[in-house]
Design a protein around this ligand. Structure first.
Ligand code: GTP
Ligand code: MG
Length: 209
């Protein structure tokens, strides 16, 4: 069946948490494609996973620093969405942990890619704050890993249309990559994100969206 380019919002994809990895030795060795979600704490990574699979599988929180492990979610038994710990927040309230945590660095380490298939990364940036230094630094770091990147501008529901236009322009100027505006309330932009997932995984018939 061909689902490409069509809207199937009534389909709920299967999704299960395979492992919450505390270190690289726990990363699943599998031939299945992996797509990682990276971004500042509280930007909406876990919420986006829930919205994409239309079920509350990932834990979210209004307070930053919720996801501390690398959570591998197996979707449609076909690929992994990997929810990585956010950057820009350190427990204890110090805003000093701007850099990626050790776990994220390990995740992208080419030496640890053997037996795995990382096919793309969604870099999430809060659409209200398009030019944070920590985001540009993270993006430069990700670009050096040579994995395919798409930028997701989150929480656009919090902006007026003209603020959205202005901030998306700023993001386009700052980031040389595909930019996908998204919002969990209203399910805005999810179809476009699914299209990218299909492209990266080469799974045209994923029964979703
Ligand atoms: P960490 O796990 O701490 O790195 O955070 P995270 O990036 O996983 O963020 P999470 O999904 O937990 O969301 C953080 C907060 O933002 C929660 O209160 C969410 O409800 C809220 N949120 C997430 N996405 C959106 C969105 O599109 N619009 C609005 N208005 N709020 C959102
Ligand atoms: Mg999270």
């Amino acid at each position: 069946m061909e689902f490409r380019g069509k809207r199937h919002s009534n389909v709920t994809p299967s999704a299960e948490l395979t492992i919450s990895a505390a270190s690289a030795k726990d990363f699943p060795l599998s031939a299945l494609p992996e797509i990682a979600l990276v971004g500042r704490s509280n930007v909406g990574k876990s919420s986006l996973i829930n919205a994409l699979v239309k079920q509350k599988i990932a834990r979210t929180s209004a307070a930053p620093g919720k996801t501390r492990l690398a959570n591998f979610y197996l979707i449609e038994k076909s690929f992994y969405l990997v929810d990585l710990p956010g950057y820009g927040y350190a427990r204890g309230g110090v805003e000093s942990a701007e850099a990626f945590e050790g776990l994220t660095t390990q995740y992208f380490d080419p030496a640890r890619q053997e037996g795995r298939r990382l096919t793309g990364v969604f870099h999430l940036v809060d659409a209200r704050h398009p030019s944070l230094d920590s985001d540009t630094a993270a993006h430069e770091w990700l670009s050096r890993t040579s994995v395919a990147i798409a930028l997701v501008a989150t929480k656009v529901d919090k902006l007026t249309q003209s603020e959205q236009n202005r901030n998306l322009k700023l993001l386009s100027a700052a980031y040389d990559t595909l930019i996908l505006p998204a919002s969990v309330p209203g399910n805005i932009g999810l179809d476009e994100i699914w299209k990218v997932i299909r492209r990266w995984t080469n799974l045209q018939a994923i029964n979703a969206c």
